[in-house]
Write a protein that binds this ligand. Structure first.
Ligand code: NAD
Length: 472
C-alpha cells in the first residue's frame, strides 16, 4: 500500500507527459505546470481525552498558483502521506481547469483514522490544523480554500470556518475560506447530490452525441439504456437516481457485500432502503444475487459506472467488461492496463478528471455565494414569478385558452438556490464534455478521452501561465 502511494505523484506525471506531447508548450513551461508550487508539511501536538499528548502529522499542498485561490479537499486517513497529497493536489489543478473553475489545485491531509478518535478529539485536531494553516498563510478566501474529502464532511468544515473566523476578526469574506459547509454556516443548497448529478449530466451529453453513439452502435439518448452502478454511497446513489429518473434501466447495483441484477430494472430508492433495513443489498425481491461486488462490473449493459474505489477495473477483469461506455464516477477506478485494453476494444471511457468534477464546481458556487453575501435566487425569484405570471396572463387572454395547472406551475416557478446551482452545474458539465470530445475528435493521434482531457487541462493552465508571464 505504502509503495503504491509513493508512486502516485509519479503516475500523475506520467499521464501528464503522455498528454503533453500533443501540446505546443515549451519544456520549461510544462515543468512549471507539473511542479507542486508550495508544500506545507506540519507536526503539531494535541492532548487526547485520556490526557496523553499525540503528535499529529498533516499536510497542505498548493499545486498551482496560476489562479488564486487554490482549491481542494482535506482528507483524514491513515494512508495520508506527502506524495499522495501532492498527486491529489495536481489532479485538482487539471480538474478545475477543465470545468473552468478559476482556481489552482490544492489538497490537504491529516494522517489519522477518524474512527479511532472521539468527536472532541477530532474537533481539536481540525481546529489546530486550521490555526497552523492560518499561521503560515495557507488558508483564506483569496489564498487556499479547503473542502471535504475522504473522512471529512460538513461538520469538519464548520469547525474550520469557525476557527478561521475567530483568528481573523472582521474579515468580511471569511466564510469563503472553506466550502462544503452546512447551509446554516454559509454552505450552498445542491452540494450533496452535485457529484452524482454531474456524472449524469456528463454521460447524458455523451449519449446525445450522434457520431459517438453511432460508433458505439447505440441509440441516441439516455432513455432505455442499461446501466450498472458499483457503490451506493453519495456519488453512486445520486448517479443511479438521476439515470433512473431520466428513463434509463438500472439493471445491476453492487455494494461491498455483493451485486444484484434484474433484467427489468431495479428501483434505486427501494434497493437503498432494503440495504438500510437488512444491512445488505442482497436478497432484494425480484433480483438475482451475485456474491462478489466485482461481478456487477462484468454484466451485460450499455453504461458502467464505478462509483466506489480506485483500481477496481484492471488488466485481469477489463477483457470481460461488456459495457460500451464506462463513466468514471470514482477517482481512479481504472488502472493504466485497463485503459489500454479499452482503447483496443473500442470501449468509451469517460474520465474521472472531469466527470466527477460536480463537487468542485458546486464548491465554486458556494465560494461565490460567500463573497457576494447573498443566497442564490433571493434577488430574482419573486421578480421572475411576477413576470411569468404576467406573461402567462397575457397569453391566456390573447388566446382565450387556459394553460393546464401542471404547466402553469412549471412556467411560473422562479428559481430557488438549488435550481440555479443545478443549472450552473448542467452548463458546466455539458460545456466540458463538448470541449474534450471536440478536441479528441480533432486529433486522430490522441488515443482516448482521458488523454484528450489532460491536453485540454494543460492547454488552459499553459495559457494562463503564458499570459501571466514568468516573473523575471
Ligand atoms: P461513499 O463513502 O459515500 O460511498 C462509497 C460506497 O462504495 C460505500 O457505500 C461503500 O460501501 C461502497 N463500496 C466500498 N467498496 C465497495 C466495493 N468493493 N464494491 C462495491 N461497493 C463498494 O463515497 P463517495 O463520496 O460516494 O465517493 C466514491 C468515489 O467517488 C471515491 O472514489 C471518491 O474519491 C469519488 N469522488 C467523490 C466526490 C464527492 O463529492 N463525494 C467527488 C469526486 C470524486
Amino acid at each position: 500500500m505504502a509503495e503504491q502511494h509513493y508512486d502516485f505523484f509519479a503516475s500523475v506525471i506520467k499521464s501528464f507527459d503522455k498528454a503533453a506531447k500533443f501540446t505546443k508548450w515549451e519544456q520549461g513551461l510544462l515543468e512549471q505546470i507539473k511542479a507542486c508550487n508550495s508544500i506545507y508539511s506540519m507536526r503539531f501536538p494535541v492532548k487526547m481525552d485520556d490526557g496523553r499528548i499525540e503528535v499529529i502529522e498533516a499536510y497542505r499542498v498548493q499545486h498551482s498558483h496560476h489562479k488564486s485561490p487554490c482549491k481542494g479537499g482535506i482528507r483524514f486517513s491513515d494512508e495520508v502521506n506527502q506524495d499522495e497529497v501532492m498527486a491529489l493536489a495536481a489532479l485538482m489543478t487539471y480538474k478545475c481547469a477543465i470545468v473552468n473553475v478559476p482556481f489552482g489545485g490544492g489538497k490537504g491531509g491529516i494522517k489519522i483514522n477518524p474512527k479511532k478518535y472521539s468527536v472532541y478529539e477530532l474537533e481539536k485536531i481540525t481546529r489546530r490544523y486550521t490555526s497552523e494553516l492560518v499561521k503560515k498563510n495557507f488558508i483564506g478566501p483569496g489564498i487556499d480554500v479547503p473542502a471535504p474529502d475522504y473522512g471529512t464532511g460538513a461538520r469538519e468544515m464548520a469547525w474550520i470556518v469557525d476557527t478561521y473566523t475567530s483568528l481573523k476578526p472582521g474579515e468580511i469574506d471569511a466564510a469563503g475560506c472553506v466550502t462544503g459547509k452546512p447551509v446554516t454556516q454559509g454552505g450552498v443548497r445542491g452540494r450533496t447530490e452535485a457529484t452524482g448529478l454531474g456524472v449524469f449530466y456528463g454521460l447524458r451529453e455523451v449519449c446525445n452525441m450522434v457520431e459517438v453513439m453511432k460508433r458505439l452502435n447505440l441509440p441516441i439518448g439516455v432513455e432505455g439504456k442499461k446501466v450498472v452502478v458499483q457503490g451506493l454511497g453519495n456519488v453512486g446513489y445520486h448517479s443511479a437516481i438521476f439515470f433512473q429518473r431520466a428513463g434509463a434501466k438500472i439493471v445491476a447495483l453492487a455494494e461491498y457485500e455483493g451485486s444484484i441484477y434484474s433484467e427489468e430494472g431495479l428501483d434505486v430508492d427501494a434497493v437503498f432502503n432494503h440495504r438500510k433495513s437488512t444491512g445488505s443489498i442482497l436478497n432484494f425481491p425480484g433480483a438475482k444475487n451475485f456474491n462478489k461486488n466485482t461481478d456487477a462490473l462484468e454484466m451485460e449493459c450499455d453504461i458502467l459506472i464505478p462509483a466506489a474505489l480506485e483500481n477496481v477495473i484492471n488488466g485481469e477483469n477489463a477483457p470481460r467488461v461488456k459495457a460500451k461506455i464506462i463513466g468514471e464516477a470514482a477517482n481512479g477506478p481504472l488502472t493504466p492496463e485497463a485503459d489500454e485494453i479499452f482503447i483496443k476494444k473500442g470501449t468509451l471511457v469517460v474520465p474521472d478528471m472531469y466527470l466527477n468534477a460536480g463537487g468542485v464546481t458546486v464548491s465554486y458556487f458556494e465560494w461565490l455565494k460567500n463573497l457576494s453575501h447573498v443566497r442564490y435566487g433571493r434577488m430574482e425569484k419573486r421578480f421572475t414569478e411576477n413576470l411569468n405570471t404576467h406573461i402567462l396572463g397575457q397569453i391566456e387572454s390573447l388566446t382565450g385558452k387556459n394553460v393546464e395547472q401542471k404547466e402553469r406551475a412549471f412556467i411560473m416557478h422562479g428559481p430557488e438556490e438549488a435550481d440555479l446551482v443545478h443549472s450552473g452545474l448542467e452548463e458546466t458539465m455539458i460545456t466540458a464534455t463538448r470541449e474534450i470530445m471536440d478536441y479528441w475528435h480533432s486529433n486522430n493521434e490522441i488515443p482516448d478521452m482521458r488523454t484528450a482531457a489532460y491536453v485540454v487541462a494543460i492547454n488552459k493552465v499553459g495559457t494562463s501561465y503564458a499570459e501571466l508571464g514568468i516573473f523575471p
